[in-house]
Design a protein around this ligand. Structure first.
Ligand code: PAF
Length: 290
């Protein structure tokens, strides 16, 4: 595995790989790698593919200095994991990389919903670093986890708006035996991780009720209250939205997802679950499976 920190060296290396017919698959991370990440590193059928992983804890996307300072950094064990995964290049930029982030763009509606409501500037911070990486690496593919589904939509929008050729490879959320979505923040919860189990339980229950044709949107309030009574300090949102553009459900059937964000002891956790059949919403708020 090549370890590169310098932008020029990375560009040169990638140019020569491209000339020899290789395709570049870029997997951006903030490190503290876990099994959720491993699914992103899996080599696809295409043996010509070069996997480039970046590790950079991006200060631009944190709302609080404390959250940035507390973000788990485990670079030495991350390197070992990437070696074991057979990753080709690890890009470890230094902090100055953000000084040259100078793109101007509008993320629009997608960045103002869900996490965009109480994490002002978060998606702009993600967009700035991702745009910098895409411009530098010019990958054929970018592999992203569906756990951060809103982020995935934001990155798709950047690629579309800047007319880039990069294709997005989405990877399903990896869960532990209790159904909890794997996340670097989980280990900050200590014993309180047991409370996080309520999240997939509620997502599954909602899915079940929808599929049984007995779910009305006002039930979301019931589930929010249930979670807060179970010991979760705050439910930031629990919503069912169109998965393509995060708009509210209407009479027109669409593929949708349930989105949730909660805080437990100040640690924010997010999750989402796709609702397989198409959904429409009646005037009374009843969800109709079509
Ligand atoms: O999902 C993450 O780890 C980060 O938001 C990303 C995509 C690496 C950008 O900093």
């Amino acid at each position: 595995m090549l370890l590169i920190s310098d932008e020029k060296t990375l560009s040169r290396e990638l140019d020569s790989l491209r000339k020899s017919g290789k395709l570049i698959n870029f997997i951006p991370t903030m490190g503290n790698l876990h099994l959720g990440h491993s699914s992103l590193f899996k080599k696809s059928e295409n043996t010509e593919e070069i996997r480039v992983v970046s590790i950079f804890v991006n200060p631009l996307q944190f709302n609080e200095d404390e959250d940035f300072d507390n973000y788990p950094r485990t670079i030495e064990s991350d390197k070992k994991k990437l070696l074991a995964e057979g990753v080709d290049i690890l890009f470890l930029p230094d902090a100055q990389i953000i000084n040259v982030v100078k793109f101007v763009f509008r993320l629009g509606h997608i960045s103002r919903k869900l996490c965009g409501i109480d994490r002002s500037g978060h998606f702009e911070g993600v967009a700035k670093i991702i745009l910098k990486f895409l411009d530098l690496i010019k990958p054929d593919f970018i592999t992203l986890g569906e756990k951060d589904y809103q982020q995935l939509l934001v990155i798709k929008k950047i690629i579309k708006d800047f007319k880039m050729k990069t294709k997005v490879k989405p990877c399903p959320t990896v869960r532990d035996k209790d159904g909890i979505a794997l996340s670097s923040r989980n280990k900050l919860l200590g014993k309180k991780i047991s409370l996080a189990r309520y999240i997939p339980t509620v997502l599954k229950q909602i899915t079940l009720e929808i599929n049984d044709g007995r779910f009305e949107l006002h039930r979301l309030k019931y589930f929010k209250d249930y979670l807060e009574k179970s010991g979760i300090n705050r439910v930031h949102y629990l919503e069912i939205l169109n998965e393509n553009n995060l708009s509210s459900l209407t009479k027109v059937p669409c593929v949708s997802r349930i989105f949730i964000a909660v805080s437990i002891d100040g640690i924010r956790l997010i999750d989402n679950m796709r609702i397989e059949p198409k959904l429409a919403c009646s005037r009374s708020g009843m969800l109709i499976v079509s």
